[in-house]
Design a protein around this ligand. Sequence first.
Ligand SMILES: Nc1nc2c(ncn2[C@@H]2O[C@H](COP(=O)(O)OP(=O)(O)OP(=O)(O)O)[C@@H](O)[C@H]2O)c(=O)[nH]1
Length: 391
Amino acid sequence: METLALVILVIAVVGVALVGAVAGLVVTRRRKPGPLPDTHTDVLGTPTADPEAPPVELSAPPATIEPEAPVEPEAPAEPVAPPLERPEGTASRLVRLRQRLAGSQGALGRGLLALLSRERLDEDTWEDIEDTLLTADIGVAPTQELVERLRSRLRVEGTADPRAVLREELLALVDPTMDRALRVSGEGDEPGVVLVVGVNGAGKTTTVGKIARILVAEDRSVVLGAADTFRAAAVEQLGTWGERVGVETVKGEEGADPASVAFRAVEEGRRQGVDTVIVDTAGRLQNKQGLMDELGKVKRVVEKQAPVTEVLLVLDATTGQNGMIQARVFSEAVDVTGIVLTKLDGSAKGGIVVAVQRELGVPVKLVGLGEGADDLAPFDAGAFVDALLGG
Ligand SMILES: Nc1nc2c(ncn2[C@@H]2O[C@H](COP(=O)(O)OP(=O)(O)OP(=O)(O)O)[C@@H](O)[C@H]2O)c(=O)[nH]1
């Protein structure tokens, strides 16, 4: 009996030993990918890992084994700070842009001057003058007014210099008395808040970036709000504009509520105590009501933080009558206080300046004359007319 018990005991001990050995083997197998943590870091650095090790294994088990494997990838992110750009000052950009304006718009003035300098100003000539003005998008009513004025003055004053008369009359149409100052300052410690509206593609985002550069060139501090959440690329685009001149951009996810992004931007601007917050908005023209609702909400929500000091409507000068229709819709949706005419470099139709000011009763405050970062300048009536007339 004792012998039997002894035998059973021996069998039990051997059995336990065997089970232990098998279990040990399994555990060892499981631990086989022990070196993985190293390989894990290697994947992100130099590819020294065993080429046979499939990448799938790399990401699965190691987390439970050595979760604290050194995470080095953060380190190289540090030195990426791009050098800040110093934007061009207003004075020199005006000179450069004046030349460019003369290049794109000079044909209108030259055409008019050639016609007005004819020996006899007969009906055909006046019709040609009218056609030239209409082709330049000045609009029907201003064209008729201008022709009437020119007719009577050249008749009455007889030998008067047609160039001088034309200059005076064009200047009167463009209206040098309009207040074109940008309202970029707020009351007291509040930042100025500039909302930039307009249809996508008009150059809205680009214009926000360019305005920021003008302000930075004037040593003003700025925060940007990328509330055009309709298009993710527009948000990124604006972020890049800001980074280039060291200006922070408050962003929202694609599809986020534009009003909430605008609100956060102004909130951030106040927190930082900046001079100006510029907010890029979405310009979906799905229908007038939708646009009114959206822009109205952005403005209302922003004004819980600080009053909006300027609403700039960005219009593409090359879109002619279409641009005018957009202008009307936007001005009904929100109280536009200034117009930015972009792409005047790509259009000989500078007359749109007159047409849009007449239509909205709001001054053109800035003009875009190229894709370059500093190709935006304050609008100056005299310089514009001189550019039309070629100097
Ligand atoms: N030639 C010229 N191109 C311009 C001017 N302003 C803007 N652009 C170009 O117009 C294109 C559209 O500009 P965006 O700023 O992206 O237009 P947007 O209205 O913001 O459109 P979304 O980003 O879709 O909202 C870009 O290629 C700009 O470089 C200008 O004054 N002259």
